[in-house]
Design a protein around this ligand. Structure first.
Ligand SMILES: *Cc1c(COP(=O)(O)O)cnc(C)c1O
Length: 475
């Protein structure tokens, strides 16, 4: 067993560049090898199963530790956090009750309060760990709904006589619309505010949408400010949103799933001004803090609001429902989950290993690196960045002079073709999206292993392929 594990660790993590980021893909072969109709009647033994895993699963999978894995808002994972994940599996506690996990409960409480401090929330803020930003947005907006739409929403549901709305930017994450669906408000209750070139909320349009709500007897009970907008890495103008909302009965939910990490940088902290007025904040540690997926916190100024929203009667589990809401309270009363993983251990072990300063240093380093890549592209006649960067998420286009005359369908086809070739060549997995209706390449530059030489070589590939496409497809 140890031999296979050692080999896998070396090939994938110690020297990730020895094999391609994207292995050759043959869907028929994948199906043939992995689509076992019947479960195996007799086992292969652990060594055999691990060999099978190494050959048929790992070798056929995208390498998210590779320096040119730039496709997702996460990349790699830090060794202490992986060990934290392993140890959480080994301990296998449930953090639903204090009696079953006293140390785990305290660690979750304290780590969430650290994270609240790190993004600049009010003293006393903390929260709960949850599997993923999407669920955390749903739960944050559940708090908003129950605290703003009357005390009986929890028991009686949402009254249909009152029209309500959630305001968010047109660039917000799709989980907001899903939350409106799941909360019984309907997806039409989500009002999308117009955005700028970085998909950031335009404050003037936010004011207009609020005025429209007032004129049409619609109660905008929540606004979502996104910190680290999905496609562009932009930031909604939180401080201005807070000012506009002052005096209104509106819940301010901050989706910092990606952008939370930027609060560790000097420039990023500036973008978080106003966070002390937020009613709920989410932050994915599995993005910029590099823990394995999933590891998210939902943070609130007073965690008691979570208990008020989610506490349940379950005599078999919570033996002391009137327990004082102190740090020894059962965390299961603060969430909709029953079995509760020890995700906080990943973050705790990371901070104990490296200290916060280390994360501040890598966040500054990646932010500086992304800006250098932006400068490289600006200076290159064949490429253009689509906007001025706010965080290490870069969208750019192949745009030599000769291509300006082509229509946008042609340019879309070119970008798509080049990206597919790069995947086939195995070099990199980066993303594509659309801005202003036309395709862009999209790279998330938070991977600590990515160096300038990697990016330069990828840009050279994109140039070679872009010109090859134009030569093969004259317009
Ligand atoms: C990643 C992300 C989400 C979704 O989080 P998951 O952990 O992937 O569910 C939501 N909002 C924003 C802004 C994100 O970047």
């Amino acid at each position: 067993m140890s031999r296979t594990i050692q080999q896998m660790l070396t090939e994938n993590y110690v020297a990730p560049e020895t094999t391609p980021c994207v292995p050759p893909r043959d869907e028929e072969e994948l199906k043939r090898e992995l689509w076992q109709v019947e479960p195996p009647a007799r086992g292969l033994g652990l060594d055999g199963a691990l060999d099978l895993f190494r050959e048929k699963v790992l070798a056929k999978s995208i390498k998210t530790w590779h320096p040119l894995f730039l496709n997702q808002m996460f990349a790699g994972a830090s060794v202490p956090a992986i060990i934290g994940d392993l140890l959480a599996g080994l301990m296998n506690p449930t953090l639903a009750t204090f009696e079953a996990s006293p140390a785990g409960t305290l660690i979750e409480r304290v780590v969430s309060s650290w994270m609240a401090q790190m993004v600049g929330m009010k003293p006393g803020s903390s929260g709960i760990f949850l599997p993923g930003g999407s669920l955390s947005n749903l739960m944050g907006l559940t708090v908003a709904r129950n605290s703003k739409l009357g005390g009986d929403v929890r028991s009686r549901g949402v009254s249909s006589d009152r029209k309500v709305a959630i305001l968010c930017s047109a660039g917000c994450h799709y989980s907001i619309t899903n939350a409106a669906n799941l909360l019984g408000l309907g997806t039409d209750s989500v009002i999308k505010v117009a955005t700028n070139e970085r998909n950031e909320m335009r404050i003037e349009d936010f004011k207009e949408k609020l005025a429209w709500c007032d004129a049409n007897d619609v109660y905008p009970f929540a606004v979502v400010a996104t910190m680290g907008i999905t496609v562009t890495g932009g930031f909604d103008p939180l401080a201005e949103i807070v000012e506009v909302c002052r005096g209104r009965d509106i819940h301010i939910h901050v989706d910092a799933a990606f952008g939370g990490g930027h609060a560790l940088t000097r420039d990023g902290r500036e973008l978080f001004r106003g966070i002390e007025e937020a009613d709920s904040v989410i932050w994915d540690a599995h993005k910029w803090l590099h823990t394995p997926l999933t590891c998210t916190v939902l943070l609130v100024p007073d965690p008691l609001v979570l208990k008020q929203t989610f506490a349940s009667n379950a005599d078999y589990l919570f033996h002391d429902p009137d327990h004082e809401a102190d740090i020894t309270d059962d965390l299961g009363q603060y969430t909709i989950l029953c079995g509760k993983r020890f995700d906080a251990l990943k973050v705790w072990l990371l901070f104990q290993t490296y200290g916060v300063e280390y994360f501040q240093a890598i966040a500054e380093d990646r932010w500086a690196f992304a800006q250098q890549v932006q400068e490289l592209l600006k200076a290159d006649d064949d490429f253009e960045p689509c906007y001025e960067l706010r965080s290490p998420l870069l969208c750019f286009r192949f745009m030599p002079d000769a291509l300006r005359k082509a229509d946008s369908a042609y340019r879309d086809a070119l970008h798509r073709w080049c990206r597919t070739r790069i995947m086939e060549e195995g070099t990199s997995l980066f993303n594509m999206s659309k801005l202003g209706g036309t395709s862009t390449y999209r790279m998330i530059l938070i991977n600590p292993l990515t160096e300038m030489r990697h990016i330069e070589s990828l840009i050279a590939d994109l140039r070679r392929l872009g010109y090859a496409y134009m030569e093969a497809n004259p317009f």
